[in-house]
Design a protein around this ligand. Structure first.
Ligand code: HT7
Ligand code: ZN
Length: 882
């Protein structure tokens, strides 16, 4: 396999100005005709060969300027078609190919999903449709004519505007679509099949009416109302916050059950996997509703950040993804609760991104090389944090100025991360030293903070030092620009006004137009720096990295009592939660040590009291309380250990959970009963928060495995009128092995077997379970009639869920590893993208004890030596073993 390097980027020798595609859809084969107007890619013109990408295509003919090209004028290999001596200047090229979508299980290019035709071209899937320069800096205007059987494929969709349609002989019909905007081929889309739509409209800020359609199989139409609401909210939000108006008169969303990722932002024809569109109160949880809002927003926001301004090459992926993830996070924050959303996003960053950034797949947000670009779509949250830092530095209005300048300069272009940085800095008349290091250095920086107070001079000093750990290919690192938001809390729990600060040999007066300032952002950009706050009347407790102002690991000298103080008092709610998490982590580490030394485990009463106070609070947001009483995940703790010990972490977390449940039982019971509601389901913050608190408390109680709480959970399960509460009760019951668990799981399946999305949840719940002997159970579920290896959603639920369980996946006898090794090979033959996501579970094998290391390594070696392995899986296995 060939490795592609950022440093080798060259502008294309040929440009494609217009692309006219014609598809003749057939049950057995589809014929694709592509007519391209080609022009030289540089001023001087070119006579170099024109190399086109292609994969799994049967070439039928090539014409240049209307004349069939003789076979000695081109070469074909399994990945390319090369025109050896293209004409000088502008010319037309026509290529006809045959493809076989019904055999395409990779779900990349043109494929079938439950009979319908669908495309997925990002990152490099267009080459599975026709020979093309499959790279994002080749931007063209497209038309697309689709022809197919009218009964089998009554709906024919592509990008842009429908400009013609009609019937043809032999029961066929056609549709002609024209997209007036230039786009890279990865944004091309075609959908054809038996679909119906929910239609609505949105009037844009300039008064234009846009028709909105969500297409699904007829029976699912009632479940599309939340998605439609989400789309309209997203359109309004982008106008209000960024002044960005939708640019066509039609916006289509199509739902497909078989899809490798969440969704795809094809120009005016977004494609979504069912889970991220379809929702009803009975069958979808609050989490599903929130995910739909976020992802509908995300794909819509790409229309400007990704589509109108796109990436020069795939190394710049974070340019569109980091920015768009940031935008969807802000959108969800504005529509819900900002602190809770921030906590959820930071938790995900810690559980998925940090481990990756510390393992063999660690790469800068702009990678330096790749074998398969698809493998680089897992690190996008760090990119969003990098974008967030611009906003932290420049404020909302400065960030908006930067965005305006970015669009003013680059609309219709394919650009780089430097272009974004330059727009942000130029619009704010600023320069951020060492900021670009975030794009080129991998690894999560650790920032150490020590504080001191001098009563005589009333000066409070914070000494900061940073360390970026070595990562593959990057043993030495440069300091990075790290914005550290800080507040100082006085002994009564109030924020102190910050008046002046000394750093870099100068004093800076802090004021906000004469108003006192309570949080300031330290611009930490060297290996070590000291910041001295002046006029500080008493020793404060510093509240550091407020709102999690940079994606780093913070190692401060805050004492346990400082942390309890912040947990109770910090005005920055994020940092209240954070203080609780740090305390919980410290507690878990000390109990893990006790467990490893076979000491009796005992819970610190101060911790119990701290959580009791939070639980009893009547002023805190209920969803915040639910988050604050939730312990850090097992993965997060293992990630911070020198040798990850899944058995100890699991035992300790289970112990703390049970002990808290025992000691807080009355408060937990009160929270469950007082948060019941007989009102009809609504997806609004108050109701979501109420359910979140109730469900979290129920999970604690059920861990006691006592008859009264089992009875309670059973009642909650039976009386639930929405999936959020029903599923939470089922999860609570299924913590404890035994007949009650088995009966509940069976009952749930019998109720929901017709709804494949709910069945996927049922798979995930069992797959992630920590009950003993779960490897065999998951193995059995693989043969369940409802499981289908070709459906990514089911694979992610069952296999992906299983890999996330420290107990079963890391079973000491290696049975979990063996199971995954076999599944990966099977899956790779069907869908390499999905297989490579599964094989990633092995990548951190060096973090475990020697026995586990040997067992996991053996599976990786077995995988890499298999015949016919895909490049996707090969790249992950190779880097994991390196
Ligand atoms: N931009 C979309 C990426 C995507 C993708 C990438 C590789 C393989 C399959 C894929 N499907 C969608 C997703 C997004 O930004 O939400
Ligand atoms: Zn995206």
């Amino acid at each position: 396999p060939k490795e592609i390097f950022l440093k080798d980027y060259k502008k294309p020798d040929y440009l494609f100005d217009t692309v006219d595609l014609e598809f003749q859809l057939g049950d057995e084969k589809t014929m694709v005709t592509s007519k391209i107007a080609v022009s030289p890619g540089n001023e001087a013109g070119t006579s170099s060969p024109l190399a086109l990408h292609g994969c799994d295509l049967k070439l039928l003919s090539i014409k240049i300027n209307g004349t069939e090209l003789k076979s000695d004028k081109y070469t074909v290999d399994p990945r390319h078609l090369t025109i050896l001596t293209p004409p000088a200047g502008v010319f037309n090229m026509e290529i006809v190919t045959e493809i076989y979508p019904q055999l395409n299980t990779s779900l990349e290019g043109l494929y079938r999903s439950t009979g319908n035709f669908c495309t997925q071209c990002e990152a490099e899937g267009f080459r599975k449709i026709t020979y093309f320069q499959d790279r994002p800096d080749v931007m063209a205007k497209y038309t697309c004519r689709i022809e197919g059987d009218k009964t089998l494929y009554p709906v024919l969709l592509s990008n842009g505007n429908l400009i013609e349609q009609g019937d043809l002989e032999g029961g066929k019909h056609y549709a002609l679509w024209e997209d007036p905007f230039k786009k890279p081929c990865y944004l091309f889309a075609l959908v054809a099949g038996q679909l119906e739509c929910r239609e609505d409209s949105f009037v844009t800020c300039s008064g234009r009416k846009v028709t909105l359609r969500i297409w699904t199989p007829a029976q699912d139409l009632p479940k599309t109302s939340h998605a439609m609401y989400s789309l309209k909210e997203a359109m309004k939000w982008d106008e209000e916050v960024f002044g960005l108006e939708y640019d066509l008169d039609l916006f289509n969303i199509v739902v497909v059950p078989d899809f490798n990722m969440g969704a795809m932002e094809n120009k005016s024809l977004n494609v979504f996997q069912s889970r991220l569109v379809l929702a009803s109160p009975e069958a979808a949880t609050d989490g599903d509703y929130a995910a739909i809002l976020g992802v509908i927003g995300h794909e819509y926001f790409h229309n400007w950040t990704g589509n109108r301004v796109t990436c020069r090459d795939w190394f710049q992926l974070t340019l569109k993804e980091g920015l768009t993830v940031f935008r969807d996070q802000e959108f969800s924050s504005d529509l819900g609760c900002r602190t809770v959303k921030r906590i959820a996003d930071v938790s995900k960053l810690r559980s998925y991104q940090f481990p990756q950034d510390a393992g063999p797949m660690a790469h800068p947000i702009r990678p330096l090389s790749y074998i398969k670009m698809d493998n680089f779509y897992t690190g996008l949250r760090k990119g969003a944090e990098v974008v967030r830092m611009y906003k932290t530095m420049f404020g909302a209005s400065g960030f908006r100025k930067g965005m305006d300048l970015y669009f003013q300069r680059h609309d219709g272009q394919a650009v780089t991360c430097e272009d974004f940085y330059a727009a942000m800095c130029d619009a704010n008349n600023a320069h951020l030293p060492n900021f670009l290091q975030w794009y080129s250095q991998a690894g999560t920086p650790t920032v150490k903070v020590t504080s001191s107070y001098d009563e005589g001079s009333q000066a409070f000093s914070l000494k900061l030092s940073q360390e970026v750990p070595p990562t593959p290919g990057q043993p030495m690192k440069e300091p990075m620009f790290i914005p550290v938001a800080v507040g100082l809390v006085d002994s009564t729990g109030k924020d102190m006004p910050l008046t002046s600060i000394y750093s870099d040999g100068r004093v800076q007066t802090l004021s906000n137009d004469g108003h006192p300032i309570f949080t300031t952002v330290l611009q930490f950009k060297k290996k070590e720096e000291e910041f001295i706050f002046n006029n500080v009347p008493e020793r404060p407790v510093p509240s550091l990295l407020r709102g999690y102002s940079a994606p780093i690991r913070l190692d401060s000298d805050l004492t346990e009592s400082d942390l309890y103080f912040l947990l109770a008092n910090d005005s920055d709610e994020f940092n209240r939660w954070e203080a609780g998490q740090i305390l919980a982590r410290k507690l878990m580490f000390s109990l893990v040590a006790d467990f490893q030394q076979q000491k009796t485990l005992a819970l610190n009463t101060k911790f119990v009291d701290g959580l009791r106070a939070i639980l009893r609070s009547t002023s805190l947001d209920k969803e915040f309380i639910a988050k604050a009483i939730t312990l850090p995940g097992q993965g997060e703790i293992m990630d911070m250990m020198s040798i990850a010990d899944p058995d100890a972490v699991h035992a300790v977390r289970t112990f703390i959970k049970k002990e808290l449940a025992f000691q807080l039982k009355d408060d937990l019971l009160a929270a469950v009963t007082s948060n019941r509601s007989s009102e009809a389901y609504a997806f609004n913050h108050d109701s979501v928060a109420r359910r979140a608190l109730k469900n979290t408390c129920l999970a604690y109680l059920a861990s006691l495995n006592e008859p009264d709480v089992t009875e309670l959970a059973l009642n909650e399960y039976k009386s639930a009128t929405n999936m959020t509460e029903q599923f939470a009760a089922l999860a609570a019951l299924s913590q404890n092995p035994g007949q009650v668990r088995e009966d509940a799981l069976l009952d749930f399946y019998n109720k929901w077997q017709q709804d494949y999305l709910v069945v996927s949840k049922w798979f995930a719940l069992q797959a992630t379970s920590d009950i003993p002997g779960n490897v065999a159970n998951v193995q059995k579920l693989l043969a369940h009639p409802a499981f289908d290896m070709r459906n990514p959603n089911k694979v992610y639920s069952l296999i992906g869920g299983f890999c996330g369980s420290p107990v079963s996946f890391h079973a000491k006898d290696g049975s979990g590893y063996k199971f995954l090794g076999e599944v990966v090979l099977q899956l790779d033959k069907i869908n390499p993208q999905v297989a490579s996501r599964m094989v990633s579970a092995f990548s951190r094998w060096r973090r475990y004890d020697e026995t586990r290391q040997a067992l996991a390594k053996a599976q990786l070696e077995m995988i890499i030596s298999a015949n016919g392995l895909s490049e996707n899986v090969y790249e992950i296995a190779l880097k994991s073993l390196a």
